[in-house]
Ligand binder design. Structure first.
Ligand SMILES: [Zn+2]
Length: 373
């Protein structure tokens, strides 16, 4: 099943060699950008070293052990990710029904459509309570696996106190235990954590790998796949969202902004900000900007030729009409993309989102030469 991990030959080879040579490290740090297969590789590695099949077939994906891993229900798999405060009981039970509902929804999303965004209602981090539970579980005997596996996703989202509580376990994990930390932000990992783990880099996926996955597994046309792959910059999750997420709030939001900007409708925009008020959080606005970038690219292509191969194929007619009404789209595109990059950085730097959204509207009007529309 390792061959299902596409575009990460080097990282997968290192993991396979570790298994073959019996040199499995007790603590790994899988790093690299989002949507390149880090979690899948961690899970498959855990599966491989616990699989019941012949060594050369591991992980088989069908034995009882693999099956439990794939459904994230193996009793010796400890999966930790950033959460809101879950008020865990001493046994790790989530007592609050609303928190439990959100937690289960996260797991369901992870299993069924891991490329889709999932937003908890409250702020998330790797909580001290999760790490305390992990440490406690590591003191118990292993249930049935050869190796107990702990996967900690977004490990950079652990504050110093939580990280310190975890250091001893990370340095000397119990026997037959493998801890895999995952991060997109290597620079945010504390040096004390870094020095206790074996790093493994996952590179951005090539366009051809993403094309292939989209065409073969998501049955989209090669032209749509290529556009999505190009825009995604090696992030498979983004590429899948682009081709499959036609009803996403972020996408509709981006289109609403474009249409109001083209109409130069400032009052309409104030109502729009109110309409999307509940979605006005960092992650969702960043996602919306991604769609805006794609729409801008599509419009500029359509301005040059109505037959252009665009991403938002379902909106072709309205976009051709819009492109025809606006001057200089292709000339303005470059500047607008730079503006979006800049806004992106500001959002990451926690600049007030209201200001960002107002600025965004002004710049979108400029891109569309709205005064002349
Ligand atoms: Zn198996």
């Amino acid at each position: 099943m390792f061959r299902k991990i596409l575009g990460q030959d080097q990282a997968v080879l290192q993991l396979r060699k570790a298994i073959e040579n019996g040199r499995i490290s007790q603590a790994y740090l899988f790093h690299g950008s989002d949507g390149v297969g880090k979690f899948m590789s961690a899970l498959y590695f855990g599966m491989a070293i616990n699989c019941y099949a012949l060594p050369e077939l591991r992980p088989c994906g069908v034995c009882e052990s693999c099956h439990k891993f794939l459904s994230l229900e193996h009793p010796d798999l400890i999966y930790i990710f950033p959460t809101p405060n879950l008020n865990l009981s001493v046994d790790g039970e989530i007592k609050n029904p609303e928190s439990l509902k959100q937690y289960q929804a996260f797991i369901k999303n992870k299993l069924e459509q891991p490329w889709a965004y999932f937003f908890f209602k409250e702020n998330t981090e790797i909580r001290k309570e999760s790490i305390s539970l992990l440490i406690k579980r590591m003191e118990l005997t292993i249930h049935e696996a050869r190796y107990r596996i702990a996967i900690i996703e977004d490990a950079d989202q652990m504050n110093t106190a939580t990280a310190n509580a975890f250091l001893k376990t990370l340095e000397e994990p119990p026997a037959n235990t493998v801890i895999i930390l995952i991060t997109e932000r290597l620079q945010m990992i504390l040096p004390t954590i870094l020095s206790r783990t074996q790093p493994l880099y996952f590179k951005p996926l090539s366009q051809s790998v993403i094309d292939g996955i989209l065409v073969n597994q998501f049955e989209v046309s090669l032209s749509t796949a290529r556009t999505a792959a190009k825009i995604s910059a090696g992030n498979l999750k983004t590429a899948i969202r682009i081709v499959s997420d036609t009803k996403s709030v972020s996408r509709e939001w981006a289109f609403d902004i474009v249409h109001l900007a083209a109409e130069n409708d400032d009052l309409g925009y104030i109502s729009l900000m109110d309409k999307y008020k509940e979605f006005q959080n960092k992650d969702q606005v960043l996602d919306m900007l991604k769609y805006l970038r794609i729409i801008a690219g599509d419009l500029a292509c359509l301005k040059i030729s109505p037959d252009s191969d665009i991403t938002n194929v379902d909106k072709t007619d309205s976009m051709i009409a819009l492109a025809n009404r606006c001057k200089d789209l292709d000339a303005n595109l470059h500047d607008f993309l730079i503006v979006l990059e800049d806004l992106n950085r500001k959002i990451e730097g926690n600049v007030n989102l209201n200001l960002i959204l107002i600025n965004l509207f002004i710049k979108t009007k400029h891109f569309l030469s709205a005064q002349a529309c």
